[in-house]
Every structure is written in structure tokens, then in C-alpha cells.
Design a protein. Structure first.
Length: 270
């Protein structure tokens, strides 16, 4: 019986994965400071502060895989993002190391590379271009993940989750949408992946306009099925308006927050 620890299990992504990753061959240990309700079959409720290292070491007992979702989940002032997101990620990786847990799936974000233009296809080698302070915290998390893989031998996946929504609601999401079905499938593949060291994978559905390249992890067998183009007519009719950068960047509206630079110069930068 495999035991999977999900941090941030009460969050938007956590609630979907709580249902989607459940099966008869595993126990889900659901961790959050928020109310997680009544545990279902093969569920363990673990109310804890994921920034607290001793609590996290205790939560790792008997765990095979950690799915680390806990974070402040959107663009916000520095004082909101720091130190929370940094402390969360450090505590999870360090607790996993001390407890002997060998595999961590880290929910990074496309916001770590958010200023790359939508018209350009990006792969795992592109320059880190955070869309804001949230994106910086995810880029830092990827660096920490790389350290724990290289120095301590953890097998780590960094999933750059894009627009994880029930359906796409604006023109940018025609490129960046990740359906719930495909998101569950991607995290499942990361949990079950063959032995590995460290990798980055983009969490984007099989959208006609997708501009991400996951060919470097073909062995992961992530085969998304959803296509945002199926919602084009509804988006053209009812789509949410976008700011000057939101419709032109991977990071969308987060790039517009507080922007005072030169749009054309930013979008044309290598």
C-alpha cells in the first residue's frame, strides 16, 4: 500500500487531486492548516503547519511520495509571498530528506517563466523569467528542488502548472489551459514515473495553440487529451478581457501587475 502525502490538500489544486489520485492501492495523507473535512476511504487527515519542520518530519513517517502543493497561490506583494512560499518549500524538502522519503513532486508554475511571449515555444532550457513575486518563489522552489536532487539524492519532478481551470475563460488560456482531467493524469504520471533524478515538465493540455515543449520527458508518458480550442466560440462571445501583457505572455495577468517597463522591449528580449 503506497502512501502519498499531499501538502496544501485543501487548496484549489489539492481538492482536485484528492479525488483524482485516490485508488485502492494507496493511502492519501492530506495535509493543510485549513479544514479538510471527514476522511474518506484510504485517507488520513493531517492538520499541520507545513512551514514547521518538526511537524513536517512527523508527517513524513511512512510516506513514499510527497506531492507539494502548499503555497500562497497567486501574485501578491512581497510581504505576502515571503517568507511563506520559501519556508513551505524548504520545510517539505528538508523533512523529506530527514525522513528518508525519496520522491517529491513539486507544484511549480508557468509563472516562473511567465514573461516569455505566448508566440514563442518554450522548453525546459529557457531563461527563468518570473512574472512577479509569486513566480520568483516558484523559480526558487525549482532551484531548491535541484539542490535536493543533486546533494541528497531525491528524485524530483517540478510541474510548471499553467491555467488549471475547469474550462478556459480567455484568449490566453487557448494556449495555457490545463484541464482537471489532464492535471490529474500529469501528477499521476509523476508519481508513477520510472527512476529519475530531476526534471521540469509543463502542465498544459493538448491545446492547438499550446507553446510548450515537453519532448524531453517523453518517457513520462504524459498524454493530455483536452483541447482549449473546443471552447473558442464561447470565449469569443463571453471571454474575460485581458490586460496589455496578459494576452501576450505565458504568465498572463500576473505580468501586468505593477508593470512600468517597455512592453515591446520586454517581449522581444531573449
Amino acid at each position: 500500500m503506497q502512501r502519498i502525502l499531499i501538502t496544501g490538500a485543501a487548496g484549489r489544486l489539492g481538492r482536485v487531486l484528492r479525488n483524482g489520485l485516490a485508488n485502492a492501492d494507496r493511502t492519501l495523507r492530506l495535509l493543510d492548516i485549513a479544514n479538510l473535512g471527514t476522511p474518506g476511504d484510504r485517507e488520513e487527515i493531517w492538520n499541520a503547519d507545513a512551514t514547521n519542520l518538526p511537524e513536517m518530519i512527523e508527517a513524513m513517517d511512512g510516506v513514499d511520495v510527497v506531492v507539494h502543493l502548499a503555497a500562497f497561490p497567486e501574485e501578491a506583494p512581497w510581504e505576502t509571498i515571503f517568507p511563506l512560499n520559501y519556508s513551505l518549500t524548504y520545510a517539505v524538502f528538508e523533512a523529506a530528506r530527514r525522513a528518508g522519503v525519496k520522491r517529491v513532486v513539486f507544484a511549480s508554475s508557468v509563472q516562473a517563466v511567465g514573461f516569455h511571449p505566448l508566440e514563442k515555444t518554450i522548453d525546459e532550457t529557457v531563461r527563468i523569467r518570473p512574472s512577479g513575486y509569486y513566480g520568483v518563489s516558484k523559480a526558487c522552489g525549482e532551484a531548491l528542488a535541484s539542490l535536493y536532487a543533486d546533494k541528497y539524492g531525491l528524485s524530483v519532478a517540478c510541474v510548471r502548472v499553467a491555467s488549471f481551470e475547469p474550462k478556459p475563460t480567455d484568449m490566453r488560456m487557448l494556449s495555457t489551459w490545463l484541464s482537471h482531467e489532464d492535471g490529474i493524469h500529469l501528477f499521476e504520471q509523476c508519481i508513477k514515473a520510472p527512476e529519475h533524478h530531476y526534471y521540469v515538465v509543463y502542465g498544459v493540455s493538448r491545446n492547438t495553440r499550446a507553446r510548450v515543449d515537453n519532448s524531453h520527458v517523453a518517457w513520462l508518458k504524459f498524454k493530455p487529451r483536452s483541447n482549449a480550442e473546443d471552447y473558442l466560440a464561447d470565449i469569443l462571445k463571453n471571454g474575460e478581457p485581458l490586460g496589455p501583457l496578459a494576452g501576450k505572455t505565458q504568465g498572463g495577468g500576473a505580468c501586468d501587475v505593477g508593470f512600468s517597463g517597455d512592453i515591446e522591449k520586454t517581449l522581444s528580449a531573449p
